[in-house]
Design a protein around this ligand. Structure first.
Ligand SMILES: [Zn+2]
Length: 232
């Protein structure tokens, strides 16, 4: 199998999903050079961070953090672009594995009962072929042995991208877009929400507000990256 794979690689070399250079044998998803340059935030180890502060006045997350910094032309942006727009769910698995590794090295690995990836509207999921947040969440659920909760919350409204909406209209644009359909899977649970990139935070605020109506024991948030609006 390995010989076949090496042979196929010669014919159709795979490229790094961050810098687009050809991958060499042994490299997967991204090249070694990009792997060493990943801009880690260290939020998982340092829970008082800018993402938690972003929500502080509105939501009391037990933990909120992102794995990477997001810059205008950075590695995180390239990876997210491939994950969301170029039909590459493998990038989600790669990022989810990194998040699982980080969580596993802290006491947080035991904090959560259930993982809820930010739901996509079914129309958007059908066009994209997958929900990128689910692809990120899969390896986290598997490695940490936490239930992956895919059908307890739905996104009932297909709204436009938040960054294109004026700030005063953002909350109106998202405030009732999610619906908990199985409250028994929320009540009294320690919930971890997984997202790709957080920009304005209003989508997460809307999702968390809907989840909180159904009395979870705690809610936490882990995203791949936290972006300022001018980095998108
Ligand atoms: Zn690279």
């Amino acid at each position: 199998m390995k010989i076949l794979k090496d042979f196929l690689n010669l014919l159709f070399p795979e490229n790094c999903f961050a810098c687009n250079h050809a991958l060499t044998a042994g490299e997967k998803t991204i090249c070694i050079s990009c792997l060493f340059q990943l801009p880690y935030t260290n939020h998982i180890k340092e829970p008082e961070n800018e993402l938690k502060n972003k929500f502080l006045s509105k939501l009391n997350f037990k933990f909120a953090g992102s794995l990477l910094y997001y810059k205008k032309e950075g590695i995180a942006k390239q990876l997210i672009k491939n994950l969301k727009y170029n039909n590459e769910p493998e990038v989600g698995h790669f990022l989810g594995n990194l998040m699982a590794q980080e969580l596993n090295s802290t006491e947080k690995k035991d904090w959560f009962d259930t993982i809820i990836p930010v739901p996509l509207h079914q129309k958007r999921k059908k066009t994209r072929g997958y929900n990128q947040a689910e692809e990120i969440a899969k390896p986290i659920a598997e490695k940490l042995n936490i239930e992956l909760n895919l059908d307890s919350v739905i996104r009932k409204i297909h709204n436009q991208t938040q960054t294109k909406v004026k700030s005063r209209e953002r909350w109106d644009n998202v405030k009732d877009i999610f619906l908990v359909t199985k409250p028994e899977n929320i009540e009294n649970k320690n919930i971890l929400i997984i997202d790709d990139v957080i920009t304005t935070g209003s989508t997460i605020e809307s999702l968390a507000t809907e989840i909180l109506k159904h009395k979870p024991k705690s809610i936490s948030l882990l995203a791949v990256a936290n972006a300022s609006e001018n980095a998108i």
